[in-house]
Ligand binder design. Sequence first.
Ligand SMILES: Nc1ncnc2c1ncn2[C@@H]1O[C@H](COP(=O)(O)OP(=O)(O)O)[C@@H](O)[C@H]1O
Ligand SMILES: Cc1ncsc1CCOP(=O)(O)O
Ligand SMILES: [Mg+2]
Length: 344
Amino acid sequence: MSVNVSSDQSYQPYHCVAAPIGMGGSSPTPPATAPVVPTQNTAASQSGAAQPHIDDLRHRIETATTRVRDTTPLAQSFTNFVTINLVANAQLASGGTAAMSFLPDDVIDTAAIAGSTYINVGTLLPFFKDALTQIAHRFHEMKHPWVLDPVAAGIGATRTAILTGFKAAPPTIVRGNASEIIALADMWNLNTNTVIGGANTTEPSTRPAGVEAVDDVDSAQNAAVQLARYLRDHNGLGHAAVAVSGATDLVTDGDTVYRLPGGSAMMTKITGAGCSLGGVTATYLAVTDPLTAAVGASALYNRASEQAERVSHGPGSFQTAFLDALWSTSAQTVAQSTITASAA
Ligand SMILES: Nc1ncnc2c1ncn2[C@@H]1O[C@H](COP(=O)(O)OP(=O)(O)O)[C@@H](O)[C@H]1O
Ligand SMILES: Cc1ncsc1CCOP(=O)(O)O
Ligand SMILES: [Mg+2]
């Protein structure tokens, strides 16, 4: 059974007048929310059963997007050196604030004042293996919510040791591209029955993919569902989400699979689109539940990247326009994104 809820919202540009921010001064005036622009393509036909739960999710997305902008939540990041600046800037443009840290005592002390933490394994140093194991187990004891981006899962003994080690103290949310999600589920020996390359192969995926996906989002669905169920049952919080990014994003809590079409393919031409989505997912997780955080951040990214594509002329201006659109896309536009739900 699937429910196709479709309502494209045209973008309403805003000229935000940010209040001057002194050191420790008040945060800028968050953008006003857009008037809901009636469009000819409003809600498609939907079965009655699923509509209330989609409406509730939309309400939680709008509330979370507004709360991020109103409360400037801190999401700490232990992330790679390639995209660390975009992660921080995307968190701030979305309404949150950032703190980047690597030494365990610093990370654990910062976690005590942060709403969540983001861990991304894109670039590694030798001490990361012990540090990240220590951090994950401390987060588990603290019941501290955190997001994992398993960048380049499957490549290198150190990265594999780190990702394998997270199974014993797993995150609240995992966000990755299709190949990373498949590789992580395989690495954790979850029963995913992943079929690569369609019906003509039955071998589970064992190939590392680098930082880019070599699998399509749908081939990662079973892996994402099994991973979400494992996280929910073992992270000590009782709820979880897995987000698989791509041309149509997929998010699951282990019971329902949500699909979010749209966004701009230009996102594949800037490094850090996925990494920064993980960071903004952590920003949302600081104020809401894992499913709402994963769906809301993905929807924000899709609406903002569409706007950026409309006003840019190449990767450089696209990235700048994307940050602007993270700031000014209204909470209502995010909440009214097209979302399709089906049973896991
Ligand atoms: N073909 C596409 N069309 C639209 N959006 C895309 C496409 N590919 C990726 N994206 C978007 O780019 C962002 C990063 O996704 P992805 O490139 O899959 O992550 P990663 O950079 O970790 O591989 C997500 O918001 C995703 O929705
Ligand atoms: C290129 C690269 N190398 C190690 S991490 C990294 C950035 C990956 O960023 P994203 O996953 O957002 O494409
Ligand atoms: Mg990535």
